[in-house]
Design a protein around this ligand. Structure first.
Ligand SMILES: *Cc1c(COP(=O)(O)O)cnc(C)c1O
Length: 494
């Protein structure tokens, strides 16, 4: 590095334009060829005892390194030495061999964060998934009968027990569950839904679009904020196949609102010989009030209210892997299970293993400790504050201006909109510290995100905020080290 810098300095000593471009051309010529660089790199790796690499990986890394060096020279930079090029190629190789999809530390305090992979899995789910991944399994083989079995059999009983429904199915995700249910129950016919429930969940999932895709025709009733039982009753025709209720999971309409009770709506549907489907979205199994939150409708409540079909996600409040769960009457589930589309939306064996383990957690008293989503929800502000204070103290000792401030975590994942959990945040730089006006919070968050492991934080005005509610205790050491490294990188640029 140092030699390269010197050399370019000497070459660029004159400010004369033709000489400068001649110097640039000379610097470009001085770069090794791909083959020279490859030989130098391989010789270096032999010297340090590094394992041999596949040829294409080496060539790719060298080409990228040389290309970057050329761009640097053209921008007026120094020509790197061969040693520096080898070092950079090594870094490029290391980066190439790192998986694209990899763990990050979620310090946002948003527990069910769709962009960060939603629910972390329980130890039991991870163990069961690993066991099934390693070899063969009885995925579709009935060990009692010695004959072909159904993959759904593995979660049927647990879903029935958890929700009180007669029967159950698991598919790829809740979007798939909604699609196949509408296709099975209402293709070519009408589905009645309240106007205020024609929601967009995010990631392009819009209820009217899914309905169109399924071949069902949408019949809107009521207004954005109010819908009455009579509105539904008046919309029923011989063309009606289904009444659909969608839980407006990610927003809340407050004020002058009205909607019939689910039990009244199911009574109306059944009186007219129609099924009712409830898309619950998050679908809590336990009562959220027990954790100081508002009421999120539970799956069992919908089943008790008489819904023929209830669908919900596996990786929201259930706390498991990505999946779509359908629970309901035996006849409704049977109609869905027979559809050819079932094959296109079927759940895979690894997900099924994790899902079964997640469902089993609910049969134990200790489910709230076992499932990471609920462990995070149940954490008290006091407990988080203790951890944040300890982290801030260690950071201060390392020269990082940290302080602990009060804040709020959210459940996220389209559940409990507007509800927050009180938390304690580790905030950088501390207000009133000598760094307060000099360290840029957005720059610090960038550096944290680019670290290894990447740390995802929140930025509010002039501070980077870290919420330990979503950081597992075993991640705290990596979090500490990552903050110190990012802080030093940013503080040095001041
Ligand atoms: C999240 C959600 C969905 C989509 O579920 P995925 O599992 O993400 O496919 C559908 N409906 C509602 C009401 C939701 O909240």
């Amino acid at each position: 590095m140092a030699r390269g810098a010197q050399r370019s300095h000497a070459l660029g000593a004159t400010s004369d334009a033709p000489d400068a471009s001649a110097a640039m051309a000379a610097a470009l010529r001085a770069l090794p060829s791909v083959e020279e660089a490859r030989l130098a790199l391989e010789a270096h790796r032999v010297r340090v005892g590094a394992p041999p690499l596949a040829h294409p990986a080496v060539i790719r890394a060298i080409r990228a390194t040389l290309q970057a060096a050329r761009a640097e020279i053209r921008a007026g930079g120094a020509a790197p030495t061969t040693e520096a090029l080898i070092e950079r190629a090594q870094v490029a190789i290391a980066r190439q061999s790192q998986p694209n999809l990899r763990p990050v530390i979620n310090a946002t305090g948003v527990i069910i964060n769709t962009n960060l992979g939603r629910a972390p899995l329980s130890q039991r789910a991870i163990a069961q998934m690993t066991a099934v991944a390693r070899g063969y399994s009885n995925l579709e083989f009935d060990l009692e009968a010695g004959a072909r079995g159904s993959r759904h059999a593995h979660v049927r009983a647990a879903l029935r027990e958890l929700t009180g429904a007669e029967d159950a199915l698991a598919v790829n995700n809740n979007a798939a569950a909604t699609l196949i249910a509408l296709e099975a129950l209402a293709a070519g016919r009408e589905v009645i839904i309240a106007r205020g429930e024609l929601v967009e969940i995010g990631g392009g999932f819009r209820v009217p679009d899914v309905m169109a895709q399924s071949g069902a025709r949408l019949v809107e009733v009521g207004t954005t904020n109010r819908v009455r039982l009579a509105d539904y009753a008046a919309a029923i025709t011989p063309e009606t196949a289904l009444i659909l209720v969608v839980h407006p999971s990610n927003f809340r309409i407050v004020g002058f609102t009205e909607a019939p009770a689910l039990a009244d709506l199911t009574a109306l549907a059944h009186e007219r010989g129609l099924p009712l489907m409830h898309d619950l979205g998050s679908g809590a199994a336990p009562l959220t009030e027990r954790f100081g939150l508002g009421h999120e409708p539970t799956i069992a409540e919908s089943v008790r209210a008489g819904a023929d079909l209830v669908c919900f996600s596996g990786d929201k409040l259930l706390g498991g892997p990505q999946a779509g769960l359908l629970v309901g009457t035996r006849a409704t589930i049977a109609r869905i299970e027979q559809r050819p589309l079932m094959r296109a939306v079927r759940i895979d064996k690894l997900t099924l293993a994790a899902l079964e383990a997640t469902l089993r957690a609910y049969t134990d008293e200790s489910w709230a400790e076992e499932l990471p989503v609920w462990r995070a929800i149940a954490l008290s502000r006091g407990r988080i504050a203790e951890r944040a204070e300890r982290l801030a103290r260690r950071l201060l000792e390392a020269g990082v201006a940290a302080e602990v401030i009060a804040g709020e975590s959210t459940v996220g994942g389209g559940s409990l909109p507007g509800e927050t959990l009180p938390t304690a945040l580790c905030a950088l730089p501390a207000r009133g510290s000598s760094h307060a006006t000099r360290v840029d919070a957005a720059g610090l968050a960038d550096a944290l995100r680019r670290g290894e492991p990447p740390i995802i934080a929140r930025v509010l005005r002039d501070q980077t905020l870290l919420d330990l509610r979503t950081v597992a205790p075993e991640e705290e050491e990596a979090l500490y080290a990552g903050i110190v490294a990012a802080w030093r990188a940013v503080a040095h640029q001041e």
